[in-house]
Write a protein that binds this ligand. Structure first.
Ligand SMILES: C[S@@+](CC[C@H](N)C(=O)[O-])C[C@H]1O[C@@H](n2cnc3c(N)ncnc32)[C@H](O)[C@@H]1O
Length: 321
């Protein structure tokens, strides 16, 4: 008898890009003089699990600090949400949103937007289990592209507010931040988590921890390319690196080749010199003023910023001008 699986209560709108897009983006990125992969490719099911493990690490101050900011200021933030539909970009395990949902009983519709489909569905299902009043809708999509609101009835003709935590905005180059903010302006106001500039002594261990979870997370993208695109990366021939580039104000995360080697991906041959790097992520850090300037260039008006006592992390409320 076939196994009966309980149907998921979560409505899913699936705009995940086709596998062919993944192949062509990877081939394009690996053929550049500075090899590069988009950070979104880090998040297959295993990548999402590893990111959750990173959030628990003692070195990774970002998650616990942002959660602390949310807890301390929950009342004020809940008031800012009003009765709007709450749309979280890059929602991951939807943990942070729980703090706001507890403080804002008037919010009854939540839309999680994430590229990691299964993880997203599980997170939305768990939310619906824990918040009886809540309609949690999963939208599997690339948040750097305009959200296809017309195809999501729950978002039509209803006031919305965007929530973009986790300092994911730091993955974008500053010039991309402006176009990204202009795109998400269609959601109305935005509450966005932004990591602050600080000592490399704090920053570098956060992105390259003693237990090697950050390294496993980054190298998992090679495993994913092997599995999904039939490549033959030998993971023993690569190592993960994370360095703070103070002049650029960003953590640079990369996978370095430990030897001269050729990797096959279908018919393509990708050559690596010893020491050559493949960039997996940039994570930009901003002062409050720097970020507010970018937001204003994108047409937002910064109305409030919440920070923790140690000034490690900031949470900005941006309104449409
Ligand atoms: C740094 S994690 C943050 C997760 C969670 N919001 C938090 O604050 O802990 C980034 C999340 O965004 C998702 N993501 C990354 N790039 C994306 C993209 N271009 N479009 C949609 N989701 C993306 C990942 O799957 C992951 O869940």
């Amino acid at each position: 008898m076939p196994l009966q699986t309980k149907p998921s209560p979560v409505k899913l709108y699936d705009f995940h890009p086709p596998a062919e897009d993944f192949r062509s983006a990877v081939l394009r990125g690996l053929s550049l003089p500075q090899k590069v992969l988009s950070p979104q490719f880090l998040y297959d099911k295993r990548g999402s699990e590893l990111f959750d493990a990173i959030c628990q690490l003692p070195e990774y101050y970002l998650t616990r600090t942002e959660m602390q900011i949310l807890r301390v200021n929950a009342g004020e933030i809940a008031a800012a949400l009003d009765h709007r539909v709450l749309v979280e970009l890059g929602s991951g395990s939807s943990q942070k949103i729980r703090i706001l949902l507890k403080a804002a009983p008037q919010v009854t519709t939540y839309v999680g937007v994430d590229i990691s489909r299964q993880h997203l569905q599980e997170a939305c299902a768990a939310l619906m289990g824990d918040f009886e009043r809540l309609d949690a809708i999963a939208v599997c999509a690339d948040y750097t592209k305009p959200l296809p609101i017309a195809a999501i009835p729950e978002l039509q003709n209803r006031p919305t507010i965007g929530f973009f935590p986790g300092s994911s905005i730091g993955n974008l180059e500053p010039v991309e931040v402006i176009s990204f903010l202009k795109t998400v302006a269609l959601l109305g106001d935005l509450i966005v988590g932004v990591d602050l500039k600080k000592s490399p002594m704090i920053l570098e261990p956060a992105y390259d921890d003693a237990q090697g979870v950050s390294a496993e997370f980054a190298l998992n993208v090679l495993t994913r390319i092997n599995r999904e695109l039939g490549a033959n990366f030998d993971l023993t021939q690569f190592e993960y690196r994370a360095r703070y580039n103070e002049a650029e104000g960003r953590i640079e995360m990369a996978i370095a080749s430990l030897s001269d080697q050729t990797v096959h991906l279908g018919n393509a041959e990708i050559r690596f010199r010893q020491g050559e790097t493949l960039r997996t992520e940039h994570s930009y850090k901003y002062t409050i003023d720097e970020f507010q300037l970018l937001a204003m260039e994108a047409g937002f008006h910064p109305v409030q910023v919440w920070v923790d006592e140690q000034q490690l992390f900031s949470l900005h409320h941006l309104k449409q001008m």
